[in-house]
Design a protein around this ligand. Structure first.
Ligand code: SF4
Length: 325
């Protein structure tokens, strides 16, 4: 059998874990160390099965509904954020809560609240049903209109001079929202929105790096979960620019057929995918034939978010519904 030609692997930079995900996972790990298992986590702490299974093995219990959390059990809210009603339910039950909502998601909640308090009608640009969107809509008092496309903007039943404002789901980048924002600007004479510098740095950086990668590779492999919004978006970007792109959870999902004619394979990872899974995909490629691995130059990230004070101080237990702001 002829020897398979060497595959050149290019890794996008940055890729994988963002500061919000690192913080959320650390909150669960530290809570397990400090208070002992079980620690209850409402929803997948981040959208990645490997991460969830690793935390389960250490004693985390994942639930979708607070009803499943026993009285007095330490409860963690996931990085995606929760609606006010969930906070209220936890408070009414006196649950000791650690809030792992990413500070950048909380910032979006606060922006939305400010716009509504100024009497503006609020539009949220995001994906229906995503936990972050459900949380944001449930945090902002007053109606929040979800807009998913330019067509949705055209269908808004509001006068053109209505005082309006918009906020966006954090896993959408400036590029993703540009057309919808332009449609809102065309449509409404009095529109306010957040500064573009306020969007999630990690989303933008990962999308920019996959665009750079796409100019140099024959195939793109995105490591991430199918329910991870930002991982799906990375795959879509690759496809949009004409490079066959596949979303895979780990090396076991690699299909050698995809690489038949590929000399150079690009790999990136969504913000919730750990580097160990990127290594697993590289190992799977190695089993097909010889590889060389190099990392593309990219933007340096050195952002860190503070942990909740209860986990860094000597307090015995978090008090009911601690709010991280
Ligand atoms: S992708 Fe951005 S908003 Fe989401 S958890 Fe990471 S840093 Fe926070």
């Amino acid at each position: 059998m002829p020897q398979k030609a060497e595959i050149k692997i290019l890794l996008a930079q940055p890729r994988g874990f963002c500061a919000g995900v690192v913080r959320a996972i650390e909150i669960v790990e530290r809570a397990l160390e400090k208070y002992g298992p079980p620690v209850y986590v409402r929803h997948e702490i981040v959208h990645n099965k490997y991460v969830v299974e690793s935390l389960k093995a250490k004693g985390a219990v994942f639930v979708e509904d607070l009803h499943e959390v026993p009285a007095n059990a330490i409860t963690v809210f996931s990085a995606h954020g929760v609606a006010k009603s969930v906070e209220e339910e936890a408070a009414s039950r006196g649950l000791p809560v650690l809030n792992a909502t990413c500070p950048l998601v909380t910032k979006v909640h606060n922006q939305g609240k400010r716009y509504v308090s100024k009497g503006r009608k609020l539009v949220l640009i995001g994906h229906e049903g995503h936990p972050e969107v459900v949380g944001t809509m449930g945090q902002v008092p007053g109606p929040v209109i979800l807009v998913q496309s330019v067509e949705d903007v055209a269908e808004l039943d509001l006068p053109n001079d209505e005082p309006m404002a918009y906020i966006t789901q954090t896993t959408l980048s400036v590029d993703d929202t540009r057309d919808i924002i332009a449609a809102l600007e065309d449509r409404f004479s009095d529109l306010e929105g957040p500064d573009t510098r306020d969007i999630c740095y990690a989303t933008q950086n990962r999308q920019s790096s996959v665009r750079d990668l796409s100019k140099l590779v024959d195939v793109i492999l995105v490591v991430g979960a199918t329910n991870s919004s930002n991982s799906n978006r990375l795959r879509e970007i690759g496809t949009e620019v004409g490079v066959p792109s596949y979303l895979i959870a780990d090396g076991s999902q690699l299909n050698p057929e995809w690489l038949k004619d590929a000399k150079t394979v690009g790999i990136t990872a969504g913000a919730s995918a750990p580097e160990v899974l990127v290594d697993d995909v590289i190992d799977a490629l190695r089993r097909i034939g010889p590889v060389t691995v190099s990392v593309l130059p990219g933007r340096e990230e050195n952002i860190e978010f503070r942990l909740p004070a209860e986990l860094t101080q000597r307090q015995p237990r978090p008090s009911p519904v601690m709010q991280e702001r």
